[in-house]
Design a protein around this ligand. Structure first.
Ligand SMILES: Cc1ncc(COP(=O)(O)O)c(C=O)c1O
Length: 455
């Protein structure tokens, strides 16, 4: 019997025993293709020798030093590297140990920025529905996944939400992409006006929405319009690239493809590629300047920030990405993945949309393609697909509640950047088997249900 309080308390999980490249082997010797890099984490795959060597080297030098006493060379080098490759205007890096911590720190930096400037009335956060920003209370309050927020509602800070840029379901028939982006921008303007422009501190968005919507990039001009609105009202633009960032979409930061510069960027997952728990906030120069000119102290911090072994792992991951030109490989293999998905699912009666960027792709499943009608949530199609995929030795990241937190199913794919062509063939073929088997099972259930209803 397990003594771990697992995510699902009554589910029994296979034990992961070893990993190599794009594969994880369980204790029974079964191999799984890691087509989701866990949760878009293992960007270099498993057991990368350069990353392991860098971690060993750092361990032999120094495992830990508290950041209220010391900085370390490895953390400084990582920060230099991140700033050197960051979007325009990013000046410093605040290290944390994961995505939720990165989002919390970004929210606090935003608030403290305005406090330093004497704009004490700025407290409102506007984010988007159907977004995920983490599980700690501030990040959870910011996220727009209703079912996840619901039971913790009494504990959450006040936040406000507008519509996501979800073209497949949000764009009206006959509406151009530009008009859709303009409508979303108007909605944001209206929300700001309702709250009072000088009371809003930040607009928070995933540049490409990950787990909740399934690899949904914004429509063209959306982020330019958002940046413009934020500038006009003195609001900080905070992008959550915990899942979509650090190369996943084919550029180091997904926002590079939007042509705007955010004020704060939360990163994690691919930063350390799963070799160590690490996240960070990339901090705009104007925020750093306000802190420097004000209290000179960011009133926040954890015991493990800037952990030397985590920084060594992340630095090694970033160096491998640069040395091996892996961003170009993400674009190339991403195009290959898209092509294969199109071939396998482009005319599948239950696949309504194939979307994403780089090696961050998703399928949205529908009961009927024409009307985009989703499957009955009670069928738990997404959970079936996960189980069928695992049975076939395939790790993918399906999720339910795509449309509104309750209805809709999608499958997210985020293979490691090192994924090969044969692996991609295998991923898509096993996924096709898993999807078809799951849908067949729901049909059987459907008719069972019908029989019961009719009798
Ligand atoms: C966009 C986004 N933000 C924040 C988080 C939270 O990160 P963590 O699970 O490392 O706390 C996640 C995790 O999936 C995420 O996808």
């Amino acid at each position: 019997m397990t003594r771990i309080l697992h995510r699902r308390t009554t589910h029994s999980y296979p034990a992961a025993a070893s990993g190599q490249g794009a594969f994880i082997r369980d204790a029974a010797g079964k191999d799984y293709i890691d087509a989701s890099s866990g949760a878009a984490v293992s960007c270099l795959g498993h057991s990368h020798p350069d990353v392991l060597a860098a971690m060993h080297e750092q361990l032999d030098k120094l495992a830990y030093a508290h950041t209220s006493f010391f900085t370390t060379q490895v953390a400084e080098e990582l920060a230099d590297d991140l700033v050197a490759h960051a979007p325009k205007g990013i000046g410093r890096v605040f290290f944390v140990s994961g995505g939720s911590e990165a989002v919390e720190a970004a929210l606090k930096l935003a608030r403290q920025y305005f406090v330093e400037r004497g704009e004490l009335q700025r407290r409102h956060i506007i984010a988007r529905r159907q977004s995920y920003h983490g599980v700690t209370l501030g990040a959870l309050a910011t996220g727009g996944r209703e079912w996840q927020r619901k039971q913790f509602g009494p504990l959450l800070i006040e936040t406000h939400h507008v519509s996501p840029a979800y073209e497949y379901r949000g764009r009206r028939v006959g509406e151009t992409l530009q008009a859709f982006a303009a409508r979303l921008a108007e909605e944001l303007e209206a929300k700001i006006a309702e709250l009072g422009g000088d009371t809003v501190m930040g607009f928070v968005a995933e540049t490409v929405v990950g787990a909740t919507l399934g690899a949904v990039p914004a429509v063209p001009t959306y982020f330019k319009r958002v940046r413009d609105i934020c500038d006009r009202h003195g609001i900080l633009l905070i992008l959550d690239e915990v899942m979509c960032g650090m190369g996943r979409t084919g550029t180091l930061h997904a926002v590079e493809q939007e042509g705007v510069a955010p004020d704060l960027i939360a990163i994690a997952k691919g930063l350390g590629g799963g070799y160590q728990p690490i996240g960070a906030v990339l901090v705009g120069e104007k925020i750093v300047a306000a802190l420097d000119a004000g209290s000179g102290f960011f009133q926040h911090g954890h015991t493990y920030i800037g952990h030397p072994v985590a920084c060594a792992a992340a630095l090694a991951v970033q160096k491998v990405i640069q040395r091996d030109d892996l961003l170009a490989r993400v674009r190339r293999q991403g195009a290959g993945l898209r092509e294969r998905l199109q071939r396998a699912f482009g005319s599948h009666p239950n696949v309504g949309d194939i979307r994403g960027r780089g090696l961050f792709m998703a399928l949205e499943l529908v009961a009927d393609r024409e009307s985009k009608r989703p499957f009955d949530p009670a069928l738990k199609l997404h959970a079936r697909i996960k189980a069928e995929a695992m049975a076939r030795g395939l790790m993918v990241y399906p999720m339910g509640g795509t449309i509104d937190g309750r209805k809709g199913d999608h499958v997210l794919l985020a293979p490691p950047f090192i994924v090969g062509d044969a692996d991609l063939d295998e991923i898509v073929s096993r996924l096709a088997g898993a999807v078809d088997a799951s849908i067949a099972a729901t049909r059987a259930l459907d008719s069972e249900d019908l029989e019961t209803t009719e009798s």
